[in-house]
Design a protein around this ligand. Structure first.
Ligand code: AHN
Ligand code: ZN
Length: 333
C-alpha cells in the first residue's frame, strides 16, 4: 500500500469517526433533555381558585386589626392552611402604631416539608389599611379599605400555591407566611416618621422568629399582585439585597411568556415587609410589587383608596404570578 493511500484511509476514518461520535453525543443530549422535561412536572396554578380566595377575604370586610372581620378572616386563614400544610404556627404579638396606641396582631406561618434544609419563604400581608388616605374623595380618608389587591391578592395566590404543595410535594421545603399590621403606617397628613410604623408584623417576626432559629435560603414577598396589567419591576430594596433572586424570577417569567408583567427594569425602593426580612431576619428577599413609574403614588392606581375592591382583580395577572412561582418551586432541588 502506498503512503498516500494509507493517509487517505486514515483521513476517511477520522471524518467517519468524528461524525459517528457527534451523532452519539447528540443522542445522549436528546435523551437527557427528554428526561429533564419529563422528570419535572410543574402543577398548573388555578387562577379561579386564587380569585375565590381573594373574594373570600374581601367578603369579611376590611381586615383591620382589632375588628371582627380581621378576627374571622384570621381564623379562616389558619383553618385553611391547617388543612393543607404540615405544620402551622400562629404568632400573636402586640405592636405600637405611630399614634402610640398598642394593637394586637397575628402572624401566620405554614410549613411544607419542615425537615428539609433548603427552604424558600413566600409571604404577603393579610391585614388591610384602616384609612383610604389616597382616595380621590377626602371624605373617605378615614374609612378602612377592602384591600382586594393590597393584601388579599398575595394571600390568595399563596393559598392556591398551598393547594399545589399539598397535592404535589416539592423537592425542597416551602414556608408560607402571612404578616399582620403591615398597613397601619401613618396617614399622608402625618408624615413625620421614617417608615418604621409600616410592616409591624414582619418586624416583630424578624426579631422573634417562629419556629425558633428559622432560616430560609431566600424569600419572595407578594404585594399588590392581582390588578389588571400589573407591572413588576426590579424594586430597589430587592436589587440591593437579593439581585440573583430577582434575575431568577424574571428569567422564569420571560421563559413562560410573562414579560409584559415582569419588566426587567429598575424601580424605586419600597419600605415593605421584605426590608425587615433582609435587614433583621437576614433572609435575602425580593418584593414582587405592582409599581407604576411616574404616577402620583408610584403604585397601582387604586392604592389606599376605596376603589381597591374585588372588581380590580384580574385572573390573567394571578395566573402569571402563580405560574412563575410554581415553576420556580418545582424546579428547585
Ligand atoms: C410605603 O408607602 C412607605 N410603603 C408601602 C408599603 C405598602 C403599603 N404596601 C402595601 N401597602
Ligand atoms: Zn397598603
Amino acid at each position: 500500500m502506498g503512503n498516500r493511500r494509507l493517509i487517505s484511509i486514515f483521513v476517511i476514518l477520522m471524518i467517519f469517526s468524528t461524525f459517528f461520535l457527534e451523532s452519539c453525543k447528540k443522542k445522549i443530549d436528546t435523551v437527557t433533555d427528554g428526561q429533564q422535561q419529563t422528570d419535572i412536572k410543574v402543577p398548573n396554578f388555578n387562577a379561579d381558585r386564587a380569585y375565590d380566595y381573594i373574594a373570600k377575604q374581601v367578603s369579611f370586610g376590611p381586615r383591620v386589626p382589632g375588628t371582627k372581620a380581621h378576627d374571622l378572616c384570621g381564623n379562616w386563614l389558619i383553618e385553611k392552611l391547617d388543612s393543607l400544610a404540615d405544620t402551622v404556627y400562629v404568632q400573636n404579638f402586640k405592636a405600637r402604631i405611630y399614634s402610640g396606641e398598642i394593637k394586637e396582631g397575628k402572624n401566620i406561618i405554614a410549613q411544607f416539608n419542615p425537615n428539609i434544609q433548603k427552604r424558600i419563604l413566600l409571604s404577603a400581608h393579610w391585614d388591610s389599611r384602616p384609612y383610604a388616605d389616597h382616595d380621590p374623595n377626602p371624605n373617605n380618608h378615614n374609612s378602612p379599605i377592602l384591600g382586594a389587591n393590597d393584601g388579599a391578592s398575595g394571600v390568595g395566590i399563596l393559598i392556591e400555591i398551598a393547594n399545589l404543595l399539598n397535592e404535589n410535594s416539592p423537592a425542597i421545603g416551602i414556608d408560607i407566611a402571612f404578616w399582620d399590621i403591615e398597613d397601619w403606617g401613618e396617614p399622608q397628613s402625618v408624615q413625620t416618621y421614617n417608615g418604621e410604623f409600616w410592616c409591624l408584623g414582619s418586624q416583630y417576626w424578624s426579631k422573634n422568629k417562629l419556629p425558633l432559629f428559622y432560616n430560609a435560603n431566600y424569600g419572595i414577598l407578594l404585594d399588590m399582585v392581582g390588578a389588571k396589567d400589573a407591572t413588576f419591576y426590579f424594586e430597589g430594596i430587592s436589587s440591593q439585597y437579593a439581585p440573583s433572586i430577582l434575575k431568577k424570577v424574571w428569567d422564569i417569567a420571560a421563559k413562560l411568556g410573562y414579560s409584559k408583567y415582569f419588566i426587567p427594569e429598575n424601580a424605586a425602593p419600597i419600605t415593605d415587609d421584605h426590608l425587615y426580612l433582609n435587614t433583621i431576619a437576614n433572609i435575602p428577599t425580593i418584593n414582587i410589587i405592582h409599581q407604576v413609574k411616574n404616577s402620583p403614588t408610584g403604585f397601582f392606581p387604586y392604592w389606599h383608596t376605596l376603589g381597591d375592591d374585588i372588581d380590580k382583580i384580574d385572573k390573567n395577572t394571578l395566573n402569571a404570578v402563580g405560574n412563575v412561582l410554581a415553576y420556580l418551586i418545582y424546579n428547585e432541588k
